[in-house]
Ligand binder design. Structure first.
Ligand code: SF4
Length: 286
């Protein structure tokens, strides 16, 4: 076979491979659209195959706790059967499993909800040179670590929400990659029930992906979707997961009101907190 024929063959194979991947992508999107087997994360699972975060969760949680996984799958399918829980149909807020039960739990329990805030909320505006002094795709925050705040911090969502968390006694976690979320939050919960409830701020795409792991790990959770700047599909999400995300996410007015109301509900009037203490990547009020 001459070099020209070899090139044509290679090109044909490449086109065939691209076509095959595109057809698979469409196929899994279709399964999501019809909620096949009452599961709505077919496309995300297909993309996640062999990725480090999926391997970690699979071996440390699903294989380690098979009964929880089966129970989680049953709850997940039941949850998805209520159609309003499907992608983009739930609006900005989603409670797992329902708002009343969540409120009762956070009022009663001694361990206050963990508040998870995406690193994409950090200021990152080249136009007026406002950048987070602690850097972007990491778990760090000058205010949470040292109680200090620069001018830029006063406009930062993480600062505003963390101050309220200090008042109410809630732990704060700046979320970065899916692998870190599994390691810092989900695995400690499934092993030691460390974080039985949580309030998480995420993009709508991540919300769909995290429901199943949360149900396996038994976390009662309030999920709040960003209004602007969020990732729209797996490609954008994966890029942010690797730390490449320049857009700054923002909450709607309703979300601001909702999160402050919820945090006030969980307030323990007998406790006074002065500062945060960092353990691993979580900040605990003390
Ligand atoms: S409050 Fe924290 S996250 Fe926000 S800008 Fe300041 S250091 Fe960065």
């Amino acid at each position: 076979m001459g070099p020209e024929n070899r090139n044509i063959n290679e090109m044909r194979n490449a086109i065939f491979r691209i076509g095959f991947v595109m057809r698979l992508n469409r196929f899994f999107h279709h399964l999501d659209r019809i909620s096949f087997f009452s599961i709505n994360i077919w496309n995300f699972s297909y993309h996640s195959f062999f990725k480090e975060y999926a391997r970690l969760f699979f071996f440390k949680v699903m294989v380690g706790y098979p009964l929880r996984t089966i129970r989680g799958l049953k709850k997940y399918r039941h949850f998805i059967k209520q159609k309003e829980n499907l992608f983009f149909k739930y609006g900005q807020f989603l409670f797992i499993t329902d708002e009343k039960a969540f409120l009762e739990k956070i009022k009663k329990q001694k361990i206050k909800p963990l508040v998870g805030l995406g690193f994409c909320l950090k200021p990152n505006n080249p136009e007026n040179a406002s950048f987070c002094p602690s850097g972007r795709a990491n778990h760090d925050c000058l205010y949470l670590e040292k109680g200090q705040a620069l001018q830029v911090c006063f406009y930062c969502s993480i600062y505003k929400i963390s101050r309220k968390c200090l008042e109410t006694g809630c732990d704060v976690y700046i979320m970065t990659s899916a692998k870190d979320i599994a390691r810092d939050f989900l695995i400690p919960q499934v092993k030691d029930e460390k974080f039985p409830s949580a309030i998480l701020l995420l993009c709508p795409y991540s919300i769909q992906a995290i429901i199943f792991p949360l149900l396996i790990c038994g976390v009662d959770v309030f999920l709040m979707a960003y209004e602007r700047g969020f990732c729209r599909d797996y490609r954008e999400w994966r890029s942010a997961d690797k730390g490449n995300k320049n857009e700054m996410t923002e909450l709607s007015k309703e979300s601001w009101k909702k999160i402050f109301d919820l945090l006030s509900e969980s307030r323990d009037v007998n406790s006074q907190f002065q500062r945060f203490r960092r353990e691993g990547n979580i900040f605990y009020p003390e």
